[in-house]
Design a protein around this ligand. Structure first.
Ligand SMILES: [Zn+2]
Length: 406
């Protein structure tokens, strides 16, 4: 539906104002709270213009006033902080091979409610969409029904075409050309148009904005799930590639004539370091992979098999660092509980195979957002439209929480 105010006298000014509203909201959303004077200097606008924009966002419930916590005593007037407001939420889903996580997320990236469920047997796309929609209704149950849901974002472990929400290929789900966005939209109703992203890409986005990569312009987020993918941020921007498919590091050829991969090739990196390889190394039966994290938490000393996996991880990270020269590499998914167990082996293999110059700049670390990187990244995707055009998005045909629950 077309948003109002696009035609007539003063369109340009109106466009600029809307754009500025989105930019202000983006700063507040990214920081959670920010002083008016910081906003003034970041946007290069004068104090009264910022005041007007903030006032408008506040009237929409998208920001709120807060007493400044960072104001220095005796320097001018006390600055008022602008906080993320309660007037809009998004729904986020993390569709994994081993389970489903859904959250209701507010501005500022605050997870307000969450629900988890098992991955449907066989990963049937229709049943998966049923389950995700059901979990989304659950997280909306206790919300004020007047609060609009301004977007839905879902992370999928595969190659996603963002334009039309098609999953081109998710090898470990067995999905090929699945219109997952449309399947989910049908079940949610209310004019929702879910946006899809690759899980690792979204982990990189959220870790860059709010986690271990804040202030870092070159980082890699590795989603070490059953499959392994990389989300790459280069010079502060996501690396997409020609079709948006960059980062499929799990399918980089690694072992000549190695194990058969779900993608159809042999010897891909993830056949040595993915969830299945880790599970085999710690004696976790394949049907218990959803609880592999707990399995790893219960281990205090790495077996030779697990140390071998760690060696392969270190070699793979070395290749990545030689290629991309990141400052931070964030290890998510099963790599998160694994790393503390095998840190020395990972570091040794990494040191042996990475070139000194990029190696010295790279820090291998755990996610700042814990297990939530991908879920929060899916929420960032869902907030995209609101941050582009807050007024247009709120006046559009998006559903209020009430109509999704109904
Ligand atoms: Zn593969």
């Amino acid at each position: 539906m077309a948003s109002a105010g696009r035609t007539g006298v003063g369109t340009n000014q109106e466009d600029v104002r809307r754009h500025n509203l989105g930019t202000v909201l983006g700063h507040v959303h990214g920081a959670g709270r920010i002083s008016r004077s910081d906003l003034t200097s970041r946007m290069g606008l004068n104090r009264s213009t910022i005041g007007g924009l903030v006032g408008e966002l506040e009237a929409l419930g998208l920001t709120a006033k807060g007493k400044s916590v960072g104001a220095r005593a005796g320097v001018g007037r006390p600055s008022v902080d602008v906080l993320a407001g309660p007037g809009a939420v998004v729904l986020a889903a993390d569709v994994r091979v081993d389970g489903l996580s859904v959250a209701r997320v507010g501005l500022g990236g605050i997870v307000q409610a969450r629900a988890t469920g098992p991955a449907p047997a066989g990963h049937d796309p229709e049943v998966t969409a049923d389950s995700v929609a059901e979990l989304m209704r659950l997280v909306l149950k206790d919300i004020d029904p007047s609060v609009p849901v301004v977007g839905v974002g879902a992370a999928v472990p595969g190659i996603v075409r963002a334009d039309d929400g098609f999953v081109r290929l998710a090898p470990n789900l067995g999905w090929h050309e699945v219109p997952f966005s449309a399947l989910l939209a049908e079940r949610l109703g209310g004019g929702m148009r879910p946006v899809l992203g690759n899980d690792a890409d979204l982990g990189a986005v959220s870790e860059h904005l709010r986690g271990a990569g804040v202030g870092v312009d070159d980082l890699v987020y590795l989603s070490g799930e059953v499959g392994v993918g990389a989300g790459v941020v280069v010079a502060g921007r996501p690396l997409e590639g020609a079709g948006g498919y960059a980062g499929e590091i799990g399918h980089v050829p690694f072992v000549p004539d190695g194990k058969l991969c779900h993608c159809g090739a042999r010897g891909c990196w993830e056949t040595e370091v993915g969830g299945v390889a880790i599970a085999a190394a710690v004696g976790c039966p394949p049907d218990r992979i959803p609880s592999l994290g707990e399995f790893l938490d219960g281990i205090h000393e790495a077996s030779p098999e697990l140390r071998q996996v760690a060696w392969h991880i270190g070699r793979g990270l070395a290749g990545m660092v030689n290629l991309l020269n990141p400052r931070v590499i964030v290890l998510g998914g099963y790599l998160r509980p694994l790393l503390p167990l095998v840190r020395d082996d990972v570091d040794a293999a990494f040191a042996e195979h990475a070139l000194a110059a990029p190696r010295e700049l790279a820090r291998i670390t755990l996610p700042g957002l814990g297990a939530d990187s991908v879920l929060v990244g899916a929420a960032e995707l869902a907030f995209g439209r609101l941050l582009q055009d807050p007024v247009g998005t709120l006046t559009d045909s998006y559903a209020s929480a009430g109509s999704v629950v109904a």
